[in-house]
Design a protein around this ligand. Structure first.
Ligand code: ADP
Ligand code: MG
Length: 732
């Protein structure tokens, strides 16, 4: 299934939003972020440092300043990725940055304003426009799912019950990578339908936002689109390519110390920070390239993005920044993350003919329904020919509509014929009334059958059409605006974006090469000139050294800060743990605690402790212990002690084989039953020597009467003793 297997790095672009009103009113200091669009560089000024201190410069695959347009970002950085998804690659776009820096704005934007629509709505447009313009031998199936990760739980946003439902599990398969097995997936036939899916999911998030105190910005949201494309290959067989697109809007990466949250919110922030720091660790491990272990399993987010980071996917990361001097530290951290992410290498490949392609299932189902319909059509044709005796038409070459029309005509004709026959029967005087009734009934039944048949065919046709309509066929106009001019305009825009990107890449390369070749190009005419040039170079290198020193200091500071934060979280957790220990030690008996502990196992897949079932669930049912071979002849196994006791004759209790139950009938006896009982007792007294008491105040149950025989016949003295002691006691 692999094709085009090559390595490519994660594309990282940076976007800075404009100063908002509050930040503008804070003072005239302006922003701390400068951007060189031509070179793709971000220059960051430290507001606390002196002016002489050099600014930090980072280079990326693209930078977008406060004046950038949503469309530019899409055309330059996202469009090529969506094209790859349509060609069968996996793709991921994720927005990363501090809260309020424009992640949601970049991913979603403002839906109603065409200029401000974000990556997601533009991707919808792109996908369906592409399908409508593709060749007619291509069949597409588009599916969408929407999930969020809230407090390390994966929730299905399209499940109406999502707020109450338990978190979904993650599974991994060699074919599709990590996936969510029970996730709702909606087949979408148009932009409108996929937008509807997005709205439903967003509303589920919005409900959370009001109920759970701004929860929307506290969860990571993933919108997943699967595009399956079937096309006949050169070998004449239909091949299916499956592209999966993940559109990810992460929760904010703010520091908990800065937000000053406590209690539940602190835990919530800790969970967000946990997944984001896990993401950071994964990025670091991958960018480093030396560490063999990549900690994907540390959080749900990193597991879901496993393929997108270092796996089978093309990935674009949009790092968002705020220009405010207040958030210098966060901006710097974001830029560092983004800078590291550039080094991640992915191995994207086309997913061709995967086993789980839904398109294949749909095609098979459609073929099956079609065969059923054809069979019905053929049957009705046969009947028609019998009626008309006119068989010169070939049913195979007819179009579907014609067939349907013909079937309808046939049913109408049949109905008319049956009606005529019924009239004829009614009018026929030679028939007896009974005979008439029978014939009319028969015709009535035939008409009923005919209608049922027609209904079944209609249902089948409807099902067939519904299935078929889910598949989109290239070349058909799905949306209206596919006129040539617009097409040309888009192609031009695409070309310009591509050219800008290439230009930037070349500029960046030139800059690197300039530094390297400076020395080679220099020829000095005098010693003085050489000294000057070398001094200049020394200065340059010294500045570079200072930059790197400052960078090392920064990284150290950052490390100390994050260690302090971790310690703070650890302290919180230790306190909580001590509290729980206290409860356990004081309120749970040690033996119960041990029992519970011996049954617990840790499920690494779900990252949770679980109870082992009390009864082993292995397929082999629990077998009864076998009787010891030495006990042949005994009705049930008996102990060594009992056997000795029997041989000694010391205690007859051990000879007992059967236990007799004596039930007392508590209904007060009446004279009738007493009479019968007396008779029965008289009968029995002849054969039973040890007859029970004649006290009639208690009615002995029939089981008691029957058991008398077993007493005499068996040698069981113990039953007898039990009986004689039990009955009088009960009879009092
Ligand atoms: P986040 O999702 O990162 O928390 P939002 O996307 O909600 O942040 O953005 C916060 C605010 O900033 C919103 O009001 C949004 O309209 C505005 N904003 C963000 N980026 C831009 C931008 N590039 N241009 C204009 N406004 C922006
Ligand atoms: Mg947001």
């Amino acid at each position: 299934m692999s094709k085009n297997k090559s390595s490519e790095s994660v594309k990282v672009v940076v976007r800075c939003r404009p100063l908002n009103r509050k930040e503008e009113s804070n003072g005239p200091s302006g922003g701390i972020v400068q951007m060189d669009l031509r070179l793709g560089q971000v220059i960051l000024r430290n507001p606390r440092a002196s002016h002489s201190e050099p600014k930090k410069t980072f280079t990326f695959d693209g930078v977008y300043d406060a004046n950038s347009k949503q469309r530019d970002l899409y055309d330059e950085s996202v469009r090529p990725l969506i094209d790859s998804v349509l060609a069968g690659f996996n793709g991921t776009i994720f927005a990363y940055g501090q809260t309020g820096t424009g992640k949601t704005y970049t991913m979603q934007g403002m839906w109603l304003d065409p200029e401000k629509r974000g990556v997601i709505p533009n991707a919808f447009d792109h996908i369906f426009t592409h399908i409508s313009r593709s060749q007619s031998d291509k069949q597409y199936l588009v599916r969408a799912s929407y999930l969020e990760i809230y407090r390390e739980e994966v929730r299905d946003l399209l499940d109406p019950n999502h707020g109450n439902a338990r978190g979904l599990e993650l599974r991994e398969s060699p074919e599709t990578g990590v996936y969510v097995p029970d996730l709702t997936s909606c087949v979408c036939k148009s932009i409108k339908e996929i937008e509807e899916v997005m709205n439903v999911g967003n509303q589920a998030r919005a409900v959370g936002a009001t109920d759970m105190n701004e929860h929307s910005s506290r969860s990571h949201a993933l919108f997943l689109i699967t595009v399956e494309c079937g096309q006949p290959g050169p070998d004449g067989r239909k091949h299916i390519r499956v592209g999966r697109l993940n559109l990810v809007d992460l929760a904010g990466s703010e520091r908990q110390a800065k937000t000053g949250v406590q209690g539940e919110r602190l835990k919530e922030a800790a969970k967000i920070n946990l997944s984001l720091s896990a993401l950071g660790n994964v990025i670091s491990a991958l960018a480093d390239g030396r560490s063999g272990h990549v900690p994907y399993r540390d959080s749900k987010l990193t597991r879901l993005l496993q393929d997108s980071l270092g796996g089978n996917a093309k990935t674009v990361m949009v790092a968002t920044l705020g220009p405010s001097p207040q958030h210098y530290d966060e901006t710097l951290t974001t830029l560092r993350y983004a800078n590291r992410a550039k080094n991640i290498q992915n191995q994207p490949r086309v997913n061709e003919d995967p086993k789980d392609a839904l398109l294949r299932e749909f095609q098979l189902e459609i073929a099956r329904l079609r065969a059923q319909l054809n069979h019905r059509k053929w049957r009705s044709q046969q009947k028609k020919e019998q009626v008309d005796d006119d068989g010169d038409e070939d049913p195979e070459c007819e179009e579907e509509e014609e067939v349907e029309k013909e079937a309808e005509d046939y049913v109408k004709q049949e109905e008319q014929r049956l009606e005529r026959e019924k009239e004829a029967i009614r009018g026929d005087r030679s028939l007896l009334a009974e005979e008439k009734q029978r014939l009319l009934g028969e015709k009535e039944r035939m008409m009923g059958d005919l209608r049922k048949e027609q209904e079944a065919t209609e249902q089948l046709t409807a099902k067939y059409k519904a299935m078929e309509s889910k598949l989109l066929v290239g070349g058909k106009n799905i949306i209206d605006h596919t006129n040539e001019q617009q097409k040309m305009l888009e192609v031009k825009r695409h070309e310009i974006a591509e050219q800008t990107r290439r230009e930037r890449e070349m500029q960046q390369q030139m800059l690197v090469q300039d530094d390297e070749t400076l020395e080679l190009r220099e020829t000095f005419t005098s010693l003085q000139q050489e000294v000057e040039a070398k001094t200049k170079k020394l200065k340059k290198l010294y500045a570079k050294l200072q930059c790197i020193k400052a960078e090392i200091q920064d990284v150290n500071d950052e490390h100390v800060r994050s260690r302090q934060e971790l310690e703070q979280t650890q302290n919180e957790l230790t306190r909580e743990l001590k509290f729980k220990y206290m409860i356990i030690e004081n309120f749970i008996p040690p033996e119960e605690k041990n029992k519970i502990m011996s049954r617990m196992t840790f499920d690494t897949e779900e990252d949770q402790w679980k109870f082992q079932p009390l009864v082993p669930t292995e397929s082999k049912p629990l077998q009864m212990k076998k009787r010891p071979a030495s006990a042949v002849g005994y009705k049930r196994p008996i102990s060594q002690y009992a056997r000795v006791a029997i041989t000694m004759g010391a205690n007859t209790r051990f000879r007992a084989e059967n236990i007799m139950f004596l039930e007392l009938d508590m209904n007060p006896p009446n004279t009738n039953s007493l009479g019968r009982l007396k008779d029965a007792e008289q009968d029995q007294s002849s054969s039973v020597d040890n007859s029970p008491t004649n006290d009639t105040s208690v009615h002995k149950s029939p089981s008691w009467c029957q058991s008398q025989k077993s007493i005499t016949s068996s040698s069981s003295n113990v039953s007898l003793t039990a009986c004689t002691t039990a009955v009088p006691a009960a009879a009092q």
